[in-house]
Design a protein around this ligand. Sequence first.
Ligand code: 13P
Ligand code: SF4
Length: 351
Amino acid sequence: MSGELYDYIEEERARFGEDLTILGHHYQEENVIRHTDLRGDSLELARRTSSVRSKYIVFCGVYFMAESSALLAAPAQRVYLPEPSAECSMALMSPASLLGEVLDALTRKGRKVIPLAYVNSTLAVKAVVGGRQGAVCTSANARRMLEWAWSQGEAVLFLPDKNLGRNTADLLGIPAEEQHILNLKDGLRRLDLEAAAQARLLLWPGFCSIHTRFHLRQIERVRAECPGARIVVHPECSPEVVAAADVSGSTSFIIRFVEELPDGATVAVGTEINLVERLAERHKGRLTVLPLVESACTHMAQTTEESLAAALRDLAACEREGRGSRFQVRIAEDLKNPAKAALERMLRVCA
Ligand code: 13P
Ligand code: SF4
């Protein structure tokens, strides 16, 4: 069956030719990633969308990524997500309406608080952020964007990932007393506005449940069992794990770091398992690449070779019948301009 699906997808790719580009995030499984024209981390994929010329873009990843792609696509282009229910759970941790209320509360006394949203957030959140002079960032440029955000206001509200926010602030030498994690367990009721007013960095209490599976004890085990092994982790891991690893960085950073290791090295990687397995395969015979622990993103895994084939089948039928596809990512008109402003601010600052 998998052979049939493989052939079907490749035939459709050949038939669509230049009208179709398939993009894929590095966390996609091998059966999916092998059909992509371009693969990358979220920053690379957002950037590349603007230079893709094809009529149709099929995005193998999670919803917020396809949304960013649809936002940056030309008006005549269409973006499709093979699994429309593939949502990143972290992106859902900061509802746009609550964000608006929190920003109102934090700025009520005239303080200028700049929101900086990790790209792992919904379109509605990006629109709130863009409408309040804020911007988007990714794990590859969080440091540069946090510096930019501080140059624009008195404090920064970083969301939704408290770990990426804390790890980036630690890199910039921001002391813990100047960082404050907002308590949003009960909406605004437990928000400590006095403590927030003392901090330069306000952190939304979101996290990635895939990267918070990495713990100090796994690092200690690698150090004990494989002396000399290097340890590299994604900055969505907790600050304790990042501090204990040798180095941390975005998906593209991790790929480069492993590529540049000398022959014979062993490296333990703390990120999504599909990427770790691909790195192990790519460097087989040259390096030993181990997962710090196996941690799979179930949201990324919703896109399969079957769902990619189904999306292409539907796209072909829609083209024949002149109708819209249920796989198409549609951008609400009222959110488009402010959300795009937030994304474009990032692309401009990090050009
Ligand atoms: P990157 O920005 O490194 O691609 O990471 C995206 C993501 O979802 C990490 O969990
Ligand atoms: Fe979201 Fe974490 Fe999955 Fe990345 S790994 S898509 S942040 S849930």
